[in-house]
Ligand binder design. Structure first.
Ligand SMILES: Nc1ncnc2c1ncn2[C@@H]1O[C@H](COP(=O)(O)OP(=O)(O)OP(=O)(O)O)[C@@H](O)[C@H]1O
Length: 270
C-alpha cells in the first residue's frame, strides 16, 4: 500500500464580491499518494488552479475556503502563516503557469534564485551561488553563469520554466504542484520541459500534482487522473484505466477531442 502524502477532504471555495457569493469549487475530495503523480485534467475555468491555490493558502480574503487539507498530519487550512510559509517552497513547491510572474522584473534572476536558496536552505551567499549554477546545469542550460546575470524578460518562457523547475528540484520538496507548466513554453521546449518532469518523477521520488487541460501531457506523466468540470470532480481513477474504460461523457469528450487533434496533426503532416 502506498502512503497518502496529501489528503483533501470536502474542499469548497466561494468567491465573494459586491454582487454576492459565487461557488468556485464545490465539495471536492482526493488523495495524493507518495511517489505518484496525480494529473488534474479539465477545460479552462473548471477550477484546477483554484483547487491548488486553496490548498496552499494562496487565495486572498475575497475567497472563503472550507474543508480539510492534511499534509503530513498538518491541517493546512488551519495552520498559521509562518507554518504555511515554511511548508510552501521547502516541502511543497508550486511551478506556475507563467514563470515570468514568479520573478521580479526589476532584478537579474541570480539575486532572486540565490535569495530563495538562502532562505530555504539556511546557507550563505557563496554556497547559494554554487547551488544556483548547479541547478541550471541540471536543467541542461548552457552558459549558466551568463544566464544568471539576465533579467527575466531577457529569457524565453521555456528557459524561465526550466529555471523554475531547477529551483524546485534543488529544494527537493516532497510534493511539486505544477500548474499548466508548459503554457508559456514554445513547442520545441515543451518536449524538454516534459522530459524534466518525467525525470523528476522517476529519479527523485517526488510526489506530484500535474495540472493541465492537455490530456496528452497529463497522460504522459500521471499515474492517476482527476477530471474536473464546473468546480467539481466528475471522475477519478488510474490513468490507463480511465483512458481506456471511462464511461463518463465529459471524460470521453476530452479523450475524443485530443484524439481528433492528433489525427488532424498526422493528416497535415502527411
Ligand atoms: N481572481 C479570481 N476572482 C474570482 N473568480 C475567479 C478568479 N480566478 C478564477 N476565478 C473563477 O474560478 C473558477 C475556476 O477557475 P480556475 O482558474 O481554477 O480554472 P482552471 O481550470 O485552472 O482554468 P485555466 O486552465 O484557464 O487556468 C472560474 O469560474 C473562474 O472564473
Amino acid at each position: 500500500m502506498t502512503a497518502d502524502i496529501l489528503k483533501v477532504n470536502h474542499l469548497k471555495v466561494q468567491y465573494r464580491d459586491s454582487s454576492g457569493i459565487r461557488s468556485v469549487i464545490s465539495d471536492i475530495s482526493f488523495t495524493l499518494k507518495k511517489n505518484r503523480c496525480l494529473g488534474i485534467l479539465g477545460e479552462s475555468g473548471s477550477g484546477k488552479s483554484m483547487t491548488c491555490k486553496a490548498i496552499l493558502g494562496l487565495l486572498n480574503k475575497d475567497f472563503e475556503i472550507q474543508g480539510e487539507v492534511i499534509f503530513k498530519d498538518v491541517h493546512l487550512l488551519k495552520a498559521g502563516k509562518r507554518k504555511i510559509r515554511n511548508i510552501r517552497g521547502k516541502e511543497i513547491s508550486m511551478i506556475l503557469q507563467n514563470p515570468m510572474t514568479a520573478f521580479n522584473p526589476l532584478y537579474p534572476i541570480q539575486e532572486q534564485i540565490m535569495e530563495t536558496f538562502i532562505e530555504n536552505m539556511n546557507i550563505g551567499k557563496k554556497e547559494a551561488l554554487d547551488i544556483s549554477l548547479k541547478a541550471l546545469e541540471e536543467m541542461h542550460i548552457r552558459s549558466p553563469r551568463e544566464v544568471l546575470k539576465k533579467y527575466p524578460h531577457q529569457l524565453s518562457g521555456g528557459m524561465l520554466q526550466r529555471v523554475m523547475i531547477g529551483i524546485a528540484l534543488t529544494l527537493k520538496p516532497g510534493i511539486i504542484i505544477a500548474d499548466e507548466p508548459t503554457t508559456a513554453v514554445d513547442a520545441i521546449n515543451v518536449v524538454k520541459v516534459m522530459e524534466q518532469f518525467v525525470k523528476i518523477k522517476e529519479e527523485y521520488n517526488t510526489s506530484m500534482i500535474f495540472i493541465s487541460h492537455d490530456l496528452g501531457a497529463v497522460a504522459k506523466i500521471s499515474d492517476d487522473i482527476l477530471v474536473m468540470k464546473d468546480g467539481k470532480v466528475i471522475e477519478k481513477g488510474e490513468t490507463q484505466y480511465l483512458l481506456t474504460h471511462s464511461k463518463n461523457q465529459h471524460t470521453r469528450y476530452l479523450i475524443n477531442t485530443r484524439r481528433a487533434l492528433v489525427d488532424r496533426f498526422h493528416q497535415v503532416m502527411g
